[in-house]
Write a protein that binds this ligand. Structure first.
Ligand SMILES: [Zn+2]
Length: 228
């Protein structure tokens, strides 16, 4: 087996798939099927074609997803369509070039293990919120896409931040995750619930982030409480 180091993968785009295959062997996860390098957008397009073949997405959703995937400038992503939550299927994670070009080795590792793996698990198992509430294919139809998206992202980012603090990851890596968490937290707080279930789920989810927010912004949350 050829061993590819992070430095080689960063330098040579052609070796990035081998690097990711090695990565998953060393850091396996029960809900992650593969890490695919998105060379020329092919891995993303292949995944959409696969979901279309399994009739998990309709032609319109596939066309929208294709437009999105070929614009991809994020580090990595999973393709999620209506009805996929909680089906128990392992998920492929598609890794974009900026993950190698902009992140450090540590940044890439924590981004994959502590963020993308969380998405894979949430999609495969469905999302277990606190208070015994679950979001899966049985009830996800009652959720707006923006709500599902904000819940998925805040969950992954909250985990990424708490693991990052435990592992003492670098300042830049943590700061990026904090900024993103705050962005999606604001989005989630601003959603007008479409129904009671969605309102309850958003409330439960936001409440679960209070200890983390107290930790991140102790002064701000203290002042807010004094005002209330
Ligand atoms: Zn994410």
């Amino acid at each position: 087996m050829i061993w590819v180091t992070y430095a080689q993968a960063k330098r040579d785009e052609g070796s990035r798939q081998t690097y990711l295959d090695q990565f998953l062997k060393i850091q396996p996860h029960p809900h992650v099927r593969s890490l695919r390098y998105n060379l020329g957008f092919q891995a993303g397009l292949d995944r959409i074609a696969e979901l279309e073949g399994e009739r998990l997405i309709c032609a319109q959703a596939a066309a929208d997803a294709r437009a999105e995937v070929t614009r991809a400038d994020n580090y990595a992503f999973l393709v999620l369509a209506r009805g996929m939550l909680g089906h128990g299927k392992k998920q492929p994670i598609i890794v974009n070039p900026p993950a190698f070009e902009q992140l450090s080795e540590e940044g890439l590792e924590t981004y994959l293990i502590d963020h993308e793996y969380v998405h894979a698990q949430d999609i495969s198992r469905g999302m277990a919120l606190s208070a015994g509430m679950r979001i899966d294919s049985a009830n996800e139809g009652q959720f707006q896409i923006c709500a599902l998206h904000a819940i998925l992202e805040t969950r992954a980012l909250a985990y990424q931040i708490s693991e990052g603090v435990k592992k003492h990851v670098g300042h830049d890596t943590l700061r990026r995750a904090l900024g993103e968490f705050w962005k999606y937290h604001c989005l989630l707080s601003g959603i007008e619930p479409a129904n009671e279930l969605e309102g309850t789920a958003i409330g439960i989810q936001l409440a679960s982030y209070r200890p983390l927010l107290d930790f991140i912004f102790p002064e701000m949350t203290r002042k807010k409480r004094r005002k209330n």
